[in-house]
Design a protein around this ligand. Sequence first.
Ligand code: PAF
Length: 283
Amino acid sequence: MSDVPVIADPAAMSAWSETARARGERIALVPTMGALHAGHLSLLAEGRRRAQKLVLSIFVNPIQFGPNEDLAKYPRDLAGDLAQAVSVGCDLAFVPEAASMYSPDFQTAIEVREVSQGLCGARRPGHFAGVATVVCKLFNIVRPHVAFFGEKDFQQLAVIRRMVADLNLPLEIVGLSTVREPDGLALSSRNAYLAASDRKRAGALYAGLSAAKALREKGERRASVLLNAATAEMASRVDRIDYLEVRASEDLKPLATIDRPAVMLVAAFVGGTRLIDNLRLDG
Ligand code: PAF
């Protein structure tokens, strides 16, 4: 198999897309920060099915990391990522340098106000502005017709959908189901941080969410009861629950009683690693 061509220069990336568009080809984009896993591959496989051109972007976006977060140690494996990109039939990898994305006088930020509040938005100030800003830039540079994101980052997906609607960005956003390990742990590049003993405990997040979902399926509508069930399952196995909440799936508004499609979202520390997960409680 031949290598996936790599473009680093944003202007060259846009020129490539213009050529494809002029030929009438549909472009799919899967934005990532690299360290690809089966969750990313499922996004790429769906992109492959839905477009003539499939672009993978790999960019560890500095502006979505807080000052005490893991930017420096975030897993990076460009050669491995490109090998996986070949296996799913990517046409191109866009791998820009930070300096070409953010000039020294860069001063714009996209803030998606309400959906970014609470949950990870409260614990990671500025994170979703960093995500929205880079994703908007990627859309403007790559000019995809359709872009794919995992539901594992549920709040991120809601932020991106809101931004696309609010700014009339001319593309379709597709969210795909979380890919899980056999014990339910959601695939994440950050799982690489887990020590073996922590890895065994990390399935607790999904166990807790599943306990809540089982109660919901029996007809329970009180969020407090569902949260207690999830907490009981998780508390002894994780080191700290950072947040555990029931929100409306559509707009992430807090729910005390489930009267519309709902999702339970959790962030918890296992060892030194902060993991996030979520589960739709209906369907
Ligand atoms: O989910 C991610 O990997 C990142 O937040 C994204 C969407 C690629 C933006 O940097």
